[in-house]
Ligand binder design. Structure first.
Ligand code: 9YT
Length: 127
């Protein structure tokens, strides 16, 4: 069994910081669960373009408010606490955070640890 608190992750190698977000990674590939589980803060007033070409991601918003723009079909969605989105088709997308947002993110396959976005807004497939 694995038991961790958010405090166990902060300012360790399980926290990855980018300009617009900070990702605290509860579960990674090495934990052997087959997915990774993150508690991610999206900073207020930021715009992040992402395109996870090598991973499927589900995102559950538990705090804050923003807009999700699906660039594959130009649809826009309001994202508030209690809303989930799943990038089931590896959709390229833009997240605009009107307020600080807190998201629970699940990645399949699991991230290994230090991944951050490349120039396309993707994570590399690490082994
Ligand atoms: C919502 C989102 O995708 N934010 C970017 C960070 C990423 N999800 C992560 O690694 O936690």
């Amino acid at each position: 069994m694995i038991v961790r608190t958010l405090q166990d992750l902060i300012d360790t190698d399980r926290e990855t910081k980018a300009d617009t977000w900070s990702s605290r990674r509860f579960l990674l590939k090495g934990d052997g669960m087959g997915f990774s589980l993150h508690d991610t803060i999206i900073h207020a007033g930021t715009v992040t373009e992402m395109h996870y070409q090598n991973h499927l991601e589900a995102v559950y918003c538990i705090e804050g408010k923003g807009t999700l723009h699906d660039l594959s079909n130009e649809k826009e969605y309001e994202i508030v606490a209690g809303t989930m989105y799943a990038l089931s088709g590896n959709e390229k997308h833009i997240l605009k955070a009107e307020e600080q947002m807190r998201m629970i993110c699940v990645f399949n396959p699991a991230l290994v640890g230090p991944e951050t976005h490349d120039h396309q807004g993707a994570y590399p497939l690490l082994t």
